[in-house]
Design a protein around this ligand. Structure first.
Ligand code: LLP
Length: 419
């Protein structure tokens, strides 16, 4: 569900015609709907109603300060994976005490900053990391709140690059090793064991893998309790999928009911780390057709957004719906490749896609681009990253201007070195 809709055939973000934004800001531009983000956050929050819980939005999905601020004001906590994400949340006025710090390789300075900020917990991913956090906490004279991220070895049935809870993936601590590490953490004067965590992957469409993972984690929680280690929370990770084309992902309600039925009676506080399901369909990438060209029967629509702006199609073969912004009901359909100007054959937004016949100069909307769009954008081919705009009703604001060209090299130094 999203708030991009057609008014007299013309695509609008809430009540603002996209063409109006393009005229003022140019293209390519990411556009986010405040109403959609808000509704999705509430849907998840509601889905866990009845059990004590904290939604920790996964900042990596879309980290614009306006989006973080909005979610913070809605009551969200945050899932962080770097010092940069911590500082973004703080800059947006978010509450670091409602933040969990995940990630498979945290540096000492990141651990220290997270502890100084008073994060809710650090999700530890290895024995080495446990020792590192203990060392940093000792040096700071504090007790670090920690949770172990376990790897439940569950197949989330998603793209292999975004499956994280399989035995062979780099993430988490193998279940058989977790118990001994909990004992070690519980015995430390510089660690405070607060929870357990698992995140099995992203764009997961069914609830079964979540249920399987949570059930395994809860077995460990029960064993630990018998051993005298009582946890305060279970972090069930993120990963709930969205509809990009014709998928029918489990709804937040069904996901929430599954989580609640499994944790019922455990007394555990539930933390969840959703990213994509909150912002994915709340954002689109607005782009303009530069031109069209034909090789034999192959038609290319060349647009001003490229793989540096939205890498998901190139990286995961991901599908994003593409529509002309202008009314198009009466146009003939044509099968085309929608490609960017970057010098790689992998630079495409869509391949063999039936699209209404589009014209040079017109605007296209690439849908479902709110998650892992701007956050994965780069400057490849010395292309400035897109502008970002937030819309609410008839109001809109540029929440990040288009990067200036000079900004691409302003910190570079022409060092002319001898041998
Ligand atoms: N928690 C942890 C520890 C994570 O690693 C992730 C995502 C999330 C939560 C949020 O997952 P979500 O609810 O958004 O599925 N770039 C890829 C997705 C990578 C996901 C990485 N981890 C894509 O564009 O599909």
């Amino acid at each position: 569900m999203n708030d991009f809709k057609r008014v007299n055939g013309e695509l609008c973000a809430e009540d603002v015609p996209l063409a109006q934004i393009a005229q003022a800001v140019g293209t390519p531009t990411y556009i986010y709907s405040q109403a959609t983000i808000t509704r999705h956050f509430h849907a998840l929050d509601q889905a866990l109603a009845g059990v004590p819980h904290t939604i920790c939005y996964a900042v990596k999905a879309c980290s614009n300060l306006a989006v973080l601020s909005l979610l913070g004001r809605l009551g969200s906590g945050f899932d962080l994976v770097s010092l940069g994400e911590l500082r973004r949340v703080q800059a947006a006025g978010g509450d670091a005490r409602k933040a969990v710090f995940s990630g498979v390789g945290k540096r000492d300075d990141e651990i220290a900053a997270a502890l100084a900020a008073g994060v809710l917990c650090l999700n530890l991913e290895s024995a080495g990391e446990l020792a590192r956090v203990e060392r940093v906490a000792r040096a700071m004279g504090v007790r670090a709140p920690v949770s172990l991220r376990v790897n439940p070895d569950v197949d989330p049935k998603t793209h292999k690059y975004i499956a994280t809870g399989l035995r062979e993936s780099k993430f988490g601590i193998a279940m058989p090793d977790a118990r001994a590490l909990y004992f070690q953490a519980a015995a430390s004067d510089y660690l405070r064991v607060v929870g357990i965590d698992c995140h099995i992957g992203s764009q997961i469409l069914e609830v079964a893998p979540f249920a399987e993972a949570i059930a395994k984690v809860l077995e460990l929680v029960a064993d630990l309790r018998t051993d005298g280690i009582t946890l305060e929370h279970i972090d069930v990770g993120g990963g709930l999928g969205i509809c990009y084309s014709d998928e029918t992902p489990a709804t937040p309600e069904v996901w929430g009911a599954t989580v609640k039925s499994l944790v019922a009676g455990t007394g555990l506080h539930v933390i969840a780390e959703p990213g994509r399901v909150i912002v994915g369909n709340a954002g689109l990438l607005l782009t303009r057709v530069i031109g069209k060209k034909q090789h034999d029967d192959k038609v290319f629509v060349i647009v001003d957004a490229a793989m540096n702006d939205l890498v998901r199609p190139a990286l995961y073969d991901a599908y994003h719906a593409i529509e002309p912004v202008a009314p198009h009901a009466d146009r003939a359909m044509q099968t085309v490749d929608v490609v960017g100007p970057v010098c790689e054959s992998g630079d495409f937004l869509a391949l063999d896609r039936p699209l209404p016949d589009v014209h040079e100069g017109e605007l296209l909307a690439v849908l479902g681009a709110g998650a892992y769009g701007m956050t994965m954008a780069s400057n490849y081919n010395s292309r400035p990253r897109p502008a970002e705009v937030l819309v609410s009703g008839a109001q809109w604001a540029v929440v990040r201007p288009r990067e200036a060209l000079e900004a691409l090299w302003q910190d570079e130094v022409v060092a002319v070195l001898g041998d």
